[in-house]
Structure formats: C-alpha cells, structure tokens
Design a protein around this ligand. Structure first.
Ligand code: TYD
Ligand code: MG
Length: 453
C-alpha cells in the first residue's frame, strides 16, 4: 500500500493504512476514521545520507555496551544496553517496572545525562520511590510530561544520553488526533522515538503496560518496531520476578534475570532454586520438586497438589502456576492408567513461589504430586522429577536434561526420576561430573507408581 507517490490514508483510531480513502475501517470497524497522512518515513527529523559498505569491511568488533553492576539486567540484554537502541520494558501494572527502571537509571546518572519522563506519576512520587531505593540524591532529570514533541525538545535541550519514558501509553503526539494509549498513538510515538534515538544516539527505554484486553494498544503492538523487548513477570502476591527477553536485536532471547522485590527495590537472586525451595515441607504427601528451565537457566521449584473428598456434584479443579486444561488431562491419564478415581475429589495444584510452569516437562512432577496426595504417601524428599506425560501414560523425553540434572545435583538432591531415554544419557553425564545421584528411568505412569509408591 505504501506506493511512492500515492497518497496514504490512515485510520485515526487504529492506525490501519490504506492506499485509498475508505468509509469504514476494515481493521477496527470505525466509520469515517480515515485521514490523509504523510507516511512516517517522511517525518524523519533530518535527512541522513545513507551509505553502503562492502560485506568484507563490516567489522565484528563488539559494540560498546552500557554495563551496570546489576548483572541480571545486563545479562538479559545480552551484555548491557546498546547505545542508541530502543528497549521496551513491558509487564503487568504494579509488577515493578518503574522500580527497576529507576534503579537502572540511578546507576547511569553519575556518568551520563539521564532524563526520566513520567506521564503517570508526579515528580514527588518519583522522589518518594527513589528514597525507598536509596537513590534519592542522584542526578537523574525528572520531567512530568505527556507530549511527545515536548519530550523530544527536552531531550535535545538537555543533551540527554539516556531517555526513559514511563509509560508509552500516557504520551501522545499533536500530529495525530487519536488519544493517548490508542494503537495509532503508541505506534507513532514509538516510531518517532526510534528515529530520534538512532539519529542522536540516545539510548531509550520505554515502559509499556500489558493491558487487560491483551494485545490491543499494549506492548504487543510495538514489538516489531523496537530493538529489544523485555517482560517483567511474576505473581504480585509473591516477591519473585523474572525479567525475560522476548526480542533482542543484539543478543539471545534465551536469557532470564531473576529478581526479588524487597522493601528497598528489586534485588538480584543468584540462586533462585535455593530461594524457591526454602520453605518446602519435608515428608508431606503432595509435594514434589521439579527441575524446570527458564530461558537457558535451570530452576528447581516445588509443585504441590491436594486432593480431598468433594461434596460437590462437579468437583473443583484448580491450578495455580499450571495450565488447568493440562491438569485435567493428567488426571484423566492417572484415572485410566492407574485406576485411581478422582470423580469424588476436589483437586488443587499450586506451584510455589508464584512461578508459572509452561513446559510439558512439568507433567511428571504434577502427576507425582497428585498420586502422592491421593494415596497420602510422601515422595522421597531428595527426589527431583521431570518428563512429559502422554495420553497413553507413556513418559516422554524433554530437552535440557543435562542442565536440569546438574542443578539437582548441585543443590544436594540424590535421586532424579526421569524418562527412560533421558536416564541413559544422564548415566554418561554422571560419569563425567561425578556425584552420587541415583538416576531412575521410567517408561510410563505405571512404572512411576511401581518405583516410587
Ligand atoms: P512499580 O515499580 O510502581 O510497578 P509498575 O511500574 O510496574 O506499575 O512497583 C509496584 C509495587 O512494588 C508496589 O506495589 C510497591 C512495590 N515496591 C516494593 O515492594 N518495594 C520497593 O522498594 C518499591 C519501590 C516498590
Ligand atoms: Mg509504573
């Protein structure tokens, strides 16, 4: 649609572009929303003559990174912020984005000129937060502003090296009629910020709230525009936070950073397994340790299950930190293959610490916890389990066994329950790294029942 000389029309409410004027927007269904617009590319602040260089002369020297003492933050970025890049920091409201941002900016403010633009909070509120974080005497420039044009002017006037916008949903450009927070505005503003950051070599961090409606006007609409997308995740009722890379033009997307929200801000956690298992009950039915992999990092978490006699016609099935549909599937497999009946049982599953287990490798631990609670028999306290469970009750191989095994061994567990195929590979691994971990391979849930209960 972006023909060179054709006029471009854009829907003022959702940003949909069309080569000709339309009465009704095919994307959002709005009437009379189309306006003639200059394409974004014609709005560049100044013309930079482009050049082409021979492939042979492109240097692979490491680009300079802005490093911090916050190793978890640098790690998810692939070794620190790249100057002139635009980073989107997304997450649920209240999860700790502004806190993390302020901590990072405070670190840079001693050597660089840092501007923190807030469209949500007053400078006073920022000061109060800074006091909690013990960075209240830093030189960060704070501006309460929601106009994109005014923000760009501020950045220019103060010769800013690092610019932070909290949040993209609150700022708007006078160039568009749409209100702040609409897809059209957040896209347009991000696009302008991207141009400016590249042109003036300003490192820009933009905060984006994940909205209730999901993708609409949220960070998802921006992911393709920006250089790096980070998600800060966690359960607000727990202190654990995971910083996840979803997109990174300068590094791997397999990294996660682990933090804990404390009274004075986010603290790095170098040993997440230990923290997550600290309150684990020993020798109690329904509690099982599982080795999960987040990004490329192994983490040991506790999976709990509780089954109790139900008086309801339709017994409860509740899972926190685990997919409810998957839980029903596993219950059906156990019923069918082991003959245990859950028809009169309420079933609750919980993953401790507010962690969400997304991988099928968690199946075996969930099954173990369910059977253990049903039978009222604890599993051995020094056991770690992982493996996918299929519909016929077979236990399937999963990836990353070696790092799961090492983590279990490092934390002093002396028994792993794994798919049979994995067991063979792990025996070789054990010969390499030593230790006294017993490796138990299982082929089916029936096998699990025989070997553990
Ligand atoms: P915040 O950074 O404002 O979240 P977001 O910007 O993602 O909306 O942090 C929100 C929560 O963090 C808030 O409920 C209070 C808590 N918090 C702490 O527990 N410790 C702290 O040091 C700070 C600053 C906040
Ligand atoms: Mg905030």
């Amino acid at each position: 649609m972006k023909g060179k000389n054709r006029p471009l029309f854009r829907c003022s409410s959702c940003g949909y572009e069309s080569g000709k004027w339309l009465g009704k927007c095919p994307s959002c269904g709005g009437w009379n929303t189309f306006e003639e617009a200059k394409s974004f590319s014609k709005l560049s602040l100044s013309k930079k003559t482009s050049e082409a260089i021979p492939l042979s002369q492109i240097s692979l020297d490491k680009e300079k990174r802005l490093v911090t003492p916050l190793l978890e933050w640098d790690r998810v970025l692939g070794g620190g912020l790249v100057p002139g890049s635009l980073v989107l920091l997304a997450g649920d409201p209240g999860i700790g984005k502004s806190t993390l941002l302020l901590q990072v900016l405070a670190i840079f403010s001693s050597a660089k000129r840092v501007l923190y633009v807030t469209g949500e909070e007053s400078p006073r509120q920022i000061k109060l937060r800074a006091e909690r974080l013990v960075v209240a005497d830093s030189e960060i420039l704070i501006a309460s502003e929601t106009s994109l044009e005014a923000i760009l002017e501020l950045a220019e006037t103060y010769g800013v090296d690092i610019l932070a916008i909290d949040s993209i949903q609150t700022i708007s450009s006078a160039f568009l009629d749409a209100t702040a927070g609409t897809v059209a505005q957040i896209r347009y503003c991000t696009d302008r910020l991207l141009q400016v950051s590249k042109l003036k070599n300003i490192t820009t961090v933009v905060v984006g709230h994940v909205t209730k409606e999901g993708a609409i006007a949220g960070p998802k609409a921006l992911e393709h525009l920006v250089d790096v997308v980070l998600y800060l995740e966690g359960d607000k009722t727990h202190s654990f936070r995971l910083l996840r890379t979803v997109k990174n033009r300068y590094g791997s997307t397999n990294e996660i950073g682990v933090f804990e929200m404390q009274e004075n801000g986010l603290r790095e956690v170098d040993n997440p397994s230990q923290v997550l298992l600290a309150e684990r009950p020993i020798d109690v039915p329904g509690s099982v340790v599982m080795a999960t992999v987040e990004g490329s990092r192994p983490i040991l978490v506790e999976v709990q299950a509780l089954t109790t006699y139900s008086t309801l016609n339709l017994p409860r099935r509740t899972a926190i930190g685990f997919d409810t549909g998957r839980a029903s599937l596993l219950l059906a497999v156990i019923e069918k293959r082991l003959g245990l009946s859950f028809a009169q049982e309420d079933v609750f599953i919980n993953v401790a610490g507010g962690i969400r287990l997304r991988e099928p490798a968690a199946d075996m631990a969930v099954c173990l916890a369910l059977i253990s609670s049903y039978l009222g028999k604890p599993v051995p306290p020094n056991l770690v389990a992982w493996g996918e469970v299929g519909l016929t009750g077979e236990i399937r191989n999963v990836s990353h066994s070696s790092i799961r095994f090492r983590e279990a061994s490092r934390l002093g567990f002396n028994m792993v329950l794994v798919p049979n195929a994995t067991a063979e590979a792990l025996i070789r691994e054990k010969e390499r790294i030593g230790g006294n971990v017993a490796i138990i391979g299982v082929r089916s849930v029936k096998d699990v029942m025989d070997k553990i209960f």
